[in-house]
Design a protein around this ligand. Sequence first.
Ligand code: PGA
Length: 249
Amino acid sequence: MRRKLAAGNWKMNGTTQSLKDLSALGSAHKGSGVDILICPPATLLAPAVQTVSRSDIRIGGQDCHDQTNGAHTGDISAEMLVDAGASAVILGHSERRADHHETSEDVRAKAKAAQAAGLLTVICLGESLLQREATNTLDIIGAQLSLSVPDGATGENLVVAYEPIWAIGSGLTPTPDQIGEVHDFMRTRLERRFGAGVGRSVRLLYGGSVKPENAAEIFAISNVDGALVGGASLSAKDFSPIISALEAS
Ligand code: PGA
């Protein structure tokens, strides 16, 4: 059985003030039957780890370099994330792919480094609106999946998040059938590459405008094992009902 996962991506948002929401979330979901992961900006990693130390929330980074250390101004290595107390990292988010020109090959190298350091990697994939309209979605997702995920992936070190670029921060979401089609496709591809046991153990998240209002409908879709949430993860008021919907699914 795959343990469900509610993951929050704070992106470039949050100051020490935001730790109050983290604390509230930890109290509200103590002993939760689902995994909860919050990925704050790098400046908040260490204090966030402190804040959740007596709760069941895990803390993750939003990116890492593929090298352990060196002359890479502004970058953070997987080892540094581990050192700060993080246990996971988001990789290949469409904003990183767009803003920093990250390719799927770059993402795979980062994922390899992160998995070697013992981090759970949340690898993001997603098509643009143009690609969806040209009915290329499954080709795009298939290519991103095979190129971004390193060999040696397991249910313990890999989570895949399907995040249509046009759904992120837009208030738009695909229909349940569209989400289900992509998730079933990713499951089949993972089973084919890694074998049925591993393929079935990798958790598949949906991300893109997940809100308290649509969470239950999304969590009812086959092969959706949770969500990667941006905007609605910034406040306990919005994220808590999403976690509750996952707990109830
Ligand atoms: P959103 O972002 O929930 O604000 O749409 C999702 C994401 O980018 O992970």
